[in-house]
Design a protein around this ligand. Sequence first.
Ligand code: ATP
Ligand code: MG
Length: 452
Amino acid sequence: MAFAMKQIDGITVINNSGKVVFHAKYNPRFSKDSTFLRDPDKNLFELYPGLQPEDSTLVECVKNGKRIYREDQKFYDCNGNLINTDNVTLPIVKGGKVVGAIELSRDITSINDLAGDCSDEVSVGHKDGKSYAHFTYGDIITQNKVMIEIIEKTKIIADSISPVLIYGETGTGKELFAQSIHNYSDRKNKPFIAQNCAALPESLFESLLFGTVSGAFTGAHNKPGLFEIADGGTLYLDEINSMPLNLQSKLLRVLQDRHVRRLGDIKSSKIDVRIITSMNINPVDAVHKNILREDLFYRLNVVGIKIPPLRERRDDIPVLVNFFIRKYNDLFRHNVKGIEKEVFDMFQECSWNGNVRELEHVIESAINIVRDGYIHFRDLPVYLIDEMEEKMINVDKENDIHSLSGVVEEVERKIIKRSIERCMGNISQTAKLLNIPRQTLQYKIQKYNIKI
Ligand SMILES: Nc1ncnc2c1ncn2[C@@H]1O[C@H](COP(=O)(O)OP(=O)(O)OP(=O)(O)O)[C@@H](O)[C@H]1O
Ligand SMILES: [Mg+2]
């Protein structure tokens, strides 16, 4: 999701020893109270006792001196209320030294409440690891039978240590499922570590996964690998098919032995890690093409699920559209009421190659530009309008040959309507775009009773 913060509900400033030197919080949507503490003389963790140092963006920013954008940071405030925020955190630098950090926050708690309509639990940062899963089953919006079956199936196996292999096209919600399984399991208070296997060269990847001891190679330090960091929790390996074959066999050995040995170490240690892997190509094809080891595939695929692409579960489009409209209305403080019927009908025809992620981005960008409360064609990205127009012409082409003139008129009406929208109602521009005289356009507008 693109990070978009249009306004803020809170400011917190800490110095480099973690003391809060300024804190202002005001969220008129939920309460009339506001807190405004200048020099409150409190440590950040006294103010937010539920926050762990390793989860705090302010602490991270003071340490690294780098700007951080973080969406969906969940923690408890001192009254025990669960807060969910999007944050921008900036270092405060004096004389070349980081002396503190300032965080601007947007309270998005209500957005989760929306998602929580069907939520049966709330996820919270785990207590002792470095990373955590924030999605739960309540975040998976669906009314599709196959999806509901997958949810039921994965809930049943959530507590088991058996590996899960999730296969689905890009943007279908693989990570959403991986996090939800973790948060539904008895590992939910333990780390959830996600690693994309396509992102790293083999040598680095091996030490990242298994850890190193100092002297293992030049520059090696005593460092735990992801398996050790995820101990007790879940390790999510995304795009597992991109893992080099050599490393795949080492991974298989760790999964079979349940022991991991750091690079350069002589002793191994027992680990208790639940492995969830995912890939966006068919795993069986990957095995045939020798990019996924067959023995590893059987080990990983103890529980195998395939998330259908959006075009195969079009009944999810209405619920997702409504969900994203509510979500971005709330985030941007807009009041978009819905989507024009014709646009909605065309959504049902789109190929949605980017799946739910694409649909979400389309709604997010439309909500930014909608002018009269409803999403029209003109509010959609140009590539999507082009795809829709092409589809529309093809659909109409397939219509009954006996009503050819009717089909032609219908296509003409739709193209004119859409072009007027694209030109924001400017008739001369529309005539130019369609390459017809202005009078002809005006005649056709009347003929088809098109409202501008
Ligand atoms: N059923 C759903 N309900 C609500 N949001 C969803 C759903 N499915 C996906 N999303 C949203 O779509 C986006 C993509 O989801 P996710 O990252 O889980 O996909 P992915 O399959 O892991 O994609 P990729 O293969 O590109 O890594 C996220 O913002 C996620 O919240
Ligand atoms: Mg993913």
